[in-house]
Design a protein around this ligand. Sequence first.
Ligand code: BGP
Length: 463
Amino acid sequence: MPHKFPNDFLWGASISAHQTEGAYKSDGKGLTVQDTRVRDNHEIADFTIASDHYHHYKEDIQLLAELGVQIFRFSISWARIFPNGRGEVNQAGLDHYQDVINECLQHNIQPIITLNHFDLPQTLEEIGGWSNRETVDAFKDYAITVFKAYGQQVKYWLTINEPNVMLLVDQKILGKQIPIDEKYQQFHHLMIAEKYAFKLCHELVENGQIGPVPNISLVYPATSKPLDNQASLYFNSVRNWAYLDFSCFGRYNAVFSDYLKQKGVTITFAPGDEALMKENFPDFIAMNFYTTVTVEKPTDKNNMTEGISDQQSEDIMDWGFYKGVTNPYLKKNQFNWTIDPDGFKTTLQTLYDRYHLPIIITENGLGAKDDLTEDGKVHDPYRIDYLKQHIEQCLEAIEAGVDLFGYSPWSAIDLISVHEGISKRYGFIYVDRTEKELKQLARYKKDSFYWYQKLIQTNEIPP
Ligand code: BGP
């Protein structure tokens, strides 16, 4: 068998609305929880201008066409369509995404659209956000509106980005800390909203395909001690399987249910939830992957803070269940995230073995500080190295029988990182701005752009 990707494999690149668009109040857009989020570090860029993709989308899509991608993953900002989260539709918002979709299609790029990527409309947050069942109803109306508007042209849809990360690190992403029982009521509402999205997509979009988009990474036990293995069982369930078992099997994961029971959490179902969750399923799984996590059974409560300090870090602690530790076998990136390409393959195999659904990677990549040279170049061999190692494992996973049909890494263009501003860059395309200085926001192709372009042209991993 030739060691290359199948001819119909989909190569792409990904972004989200709030991290790239800017124009945070333009053309009738309402505020979102990302616009109002209180940041720990006021020295980092916010999302008000971001990469100004709202005004540069034609140039950006032209560059993606030059890169050669067949798919472009982006999200719609719910508050551009419904400035108040529900109620009146903002036609200018609908028109904007229509223009973006047309631009993609003109360049033979298929959009793959995330319905919501961390940017809940602020007015819904004010009624309790995902804790309030009315947010689920608002999401349904929003989903109906965009499926009807774009369903003729867009066939690949993603539901809600990384509900698992949103809940595990609620304080950072949703802007406030919530008690655990409310957190898991939010879990239920997010999952029910997702089930409605599956149902509505299948009803309204001819030949439409839709998938969940969680951040999945295997959790390893720190040692072969049985209790460390038990810790990894619990964190795997809380972090990974709770979300996907609900999406793909239509049931609560049993270990997760025990976790909730031990925590004294009861989830309230509304009439119809049970049927909805058991009758509506995804067509594929979209998976975001950056790193793996290693845990042990916590034994000493001293000097420990409950919670997660950063979405991918080892600084995790849930007394009685698991505690993150450093994996001595793995290197880390500049931002303290472990790098684990072998774990990527194992995660893909585990996922496929568990759900038997086609998989697409919708995020994977290296956040790093890049330098623009005086002659307009960005030499990023570290990013090429990361991508090469991970893409090699995708190929190995396919050869091992995993139905992986696409790879859309993070990120198409430089964008504002969830935690670190613009200094932590992921793009194939450099956006010239700093945390404080906007400059011209000019675009430059990085060395990784040319490397990825060659990969797409040949379906083989270049040296
Ligand atoms: C994922 C999010 C993305 C992106 C990425 C990198 O969890 O879906 O929005 O930001 O993580 O994270 P960070 O920006 O913190 O480096």
